[in-house]
Design a protein around this ligand. Structure first.
Ligand SMILES: [Mg+2]
Length: 340
């Protein structure tokens, strides 16, 4: 049997089995939350829990250097990991960046890659603290991000309850729109689409909103949108043993998507439902707490829109205005099996 036969998630399940066995054997009370969420949570006996996450990106698999500058690659890699901290409600503290670089790569490009990582750290209050360098035939960037969340205020995937609403920050679809345009029209495709390009190249992880939501105690379950809205809703549903229902007509679509979709003759809704890498937050909230959550200044600044609900059952679906299920390309990327 090959890795492609079981797929990325199949392999992660095998890792999870090994991690769970090791944890059970050790009875380690310092591991509050292990594998299976946006970040692990450690209790190191301080006033806060420590959130830890890692994210690796490989040239021509996760990014293309004819689509993004080295600075943008660095920014996106760091922002993706920091977004996982935001999804836990954690404030970023330290970021470690390991890179694999070809020996014949220009020093200026390597400097720019690191400058992008450093800028993303600075923008979110994290300190770029260390890392490692190896030689590699393609550019590889591996980020470890460490943050702090007040004990008992952490946002997790498993804490949602039946009947809660699902609400998303900001608007969705721009990064998927960017990739569609770049694939269809080549590297110059976004020259006239500054808003889309900016959201693709310089995503802003929702650190301030995540922390404010956690501190407020108004919500307990969240995830960041990295695989696509419906698939990430499915992750919350699975961990909370519920079913997620997304009402497609309520989903906020990012500025510039409609125009680009017309140019490419596609439906922008599919970018918003299944595109991914939006790095917005999807939050489960009781209807009685929704207005207070939306009124938090850090949340009001970017908007929080109800897009669906959680109910008894399993899985996740997107429904059109008539209640019919929208067929989606299987969301997300499987690193061993490829795009479904
Ligand atoms: Mg995530």
């Amino acid at each position: 049997m090959l890795l492609r036969d079981i797929g990325e998630f199949g392999f992660i399940e095998r890792i999870a089995g090994r991690v769970a066995r090791a944890g059970a054997a050790a009875h380690d009370p310092r591991i509050v939350l292990g594998i299976g969420d946006d970040a692990a949570l450690l209790d190191l006996e301080g006033p806060d829990l420590v959130a830890v996450t890692t994210d690796a990106m490989l040239q021509d698999r996760h990014f293309r250097l004819d689509w993004l500058t080295p600075e943008e690659v660095g920014w996106r890699a760091a922002s993706g990991a920091i977004s996982d901290l935001a999804a836990m409600g954690a404030s970023p503290a330290a970021v470690f960046c390991s890179v694999g670089l070809p020996p014949d790569w220009p020093v200026e490009d390597a400097d720019a890659l690191l400058a992008g990582v450093a800028s993303a750290c600075e923008a979110t209050g994290a300190s770029l603290t260390g890392g490692d360098v190896i030689s590699s035939d393609r550019v590889l960037i591996d980020i470890m991000a460490i943050g702090l969340v007040p004990r008992g205020r952490q946002l997790t995937r498993h804490a949602a309850a039946a009947g809660e609403l699902l609400a998303v920050t900001g608007a969705l679809g721009a990064p998927a729109a960017a990739v569609s345009a770049l694939e269809a029209l080549g590297p110059g495709a976004l020259a006239e689409h500054a808003a889309i390009r900016s959201r693709f190249a310089h995503p802003e992880p929702r650190v301030a909103a995540g922390s404010a939501i956690a501190d407020s105690g108004l919500a307990a379950a969240a995830i960041d949108i990295s695989d696509g809205l419906v698939q990430d809703a499915a992750h919350i549903a699975e961990r909370s043993k519920l079913r997620a229902v997304i009402e497609a007509e309520r989903v906020p679509i990012a500025e510039g998507c409609e125009a680009l979709a017309r140019a490419l003759d596609v439906d922008p809704l599919l970018w918003a439902l299944s595109g991914g890498e939006d790095f917005e937050l999807l939050v489960a909230v009781d209807e009685a707490d929704l207005a207070a959550l939306q009124a938090l200044p850090e949340v009001a600044a970017i908007g929080l829109t109800v897009v669906g609900r959680l109910e008894a059952g399993e899985g996740a679906v997107a429904l059109d205005a008539g209640g019919g299920e929208i067929a989606l390309p299987r969301g997300g990327w499987d690193h061993f099996a490829g795009q479904g």
